[in-house]
Write a protein that binds this ligand. Sequence first.
Ligand code: FAD
Length: 403
Amino acid sequence: MKTSADVVIVGAGVVGLALADAWLTRHPGDHLVVVDKEFTLGLHASGRNSGVLHAGFYYAPDSLKAKLTRDGNRMLKEFCNERGVTVRETGKVVVTTSSEQLPDLEKLFQRGQANGVELEKIDEAQLYELEPLARTHEQALWSPTTAVADPAEVIEALAQRVVERGGVLRMGQSVVGVESEKILLSDSETISFGHLINAAGLYADTIAHWCGVGLEYKMLPFKGLYWYGSWEQGRLQRHVYPVPDSRNPFLGTHVTVTVDGRAKVGPTAIPSLWREDYGGLSNFSASEMSNIVRMYPGFFASKHHNVWSLLRTELPKYSRRKLLSEAARLVPSINSQDFETKGRPGVRAQLFHVPSGRLEMDFVVRQGSKSTHVLNAVSPAWTSSLAVAKHVVEGIESETLTP
Ligand SMILES: Cc1cc2nc3c(=O)[nH]c(=O)nc-3n(C[C@H](O)[C@H](O)[C@H](O)COP(=O)(O)OP(=O)(O)OC[C@H]3O[C@@H](n4cnc5c(N)ncnc54)[C@H](O)[C@@H]3O)c2cc1C
């Protein structure tokens, strides 16, 4: 069977749906099709994340992340408000685990200022007022605009708005190739397109390579594990985060509050040997494992990251006790008896620049001929999704995206 569409989007995660929404807002009569290999929404990162609406103070001021997270936070809150999706305005504190981290805390504060994000330096007494369970050494940061929502509710509401705007969702159809302006689907159907947008998350590199784009990049997956606390709802009121290691794109073990007031520890950033590694041998792929293993010598040799230190810090977190003891450095009342309920793990699609051995820290979008590829939709792309989509659609229209 052959079909055609003005625009085909691969991936009905939050980024693909936000792109569909943004495109249809600006091109209301277009025939737009979103294709996803799963029958259900939210089976990958967009349904398996912490649901934290980040404020945007971690990122280098000239980065896409800085601008699109600050704007995305506001846009996602407006969207949730419009669609009746609950947002819990928890705010967040960033605490130090030793006074040696104070210079890094100061740098984070300066970044917040440069990024135009509301952020306050607080002392131990002010921290106690905001979140009595958290501890710091001398100083901490308070981010009032960080919040939380349920990722599953957000993605359902976004899909609904796409359909209301005339978009077509094709669920349960896998894209298995791209050739001469058409996509090939697993059931032998083809869809020819005026423009293709690739938002395939963990497989965004594969699809880009089929279009001859981003050949210097490959995806390195990192697994995030979570444990829920049995504490009464509302006992922890604020998200509590450590000062991150600036050499890695991850924020370190943190403690968050869910939208219904439960406490949650995680996620980890443990290297995975295949992409959809959610537990046991689920979705195991020997060819993916072999490709990923072959990337590690380049990663170890990287001058951009301290890979041994990352592995030394992250691998022990497979142990629940170890992960919880890390979290207890931020919130001392956390103990292993109270955090025994495993959360749904997620896998981060982290883009690796093979020639330099660098994990890309910023969002990466590349333009091909009649195709656009969102290659590094890493955290906080859930928060930033609506702003990322606006940026990409405007970039396609003005032909200003990087080839
Ligand atoms: C553990 C964890 C915690 C996180 N916490 C946060 C947080 O608190 N706040 C935040 O802002 N961000 C967070 N993130 C990041 C956020 O979840 C992602 O940035 C975001 O969900 C990426 O969305 P996406 O649409 O690109 O990817 P996905 O949700 O993975 O969607 C990609 C879609 O493409 C489909 N697909 C793939 N290949 C094909 C194919 N060949 N054919 C058809 N369909 C295909 C998949 O089925 C999938 O549905 C977290 C991520 C993880 C993993």
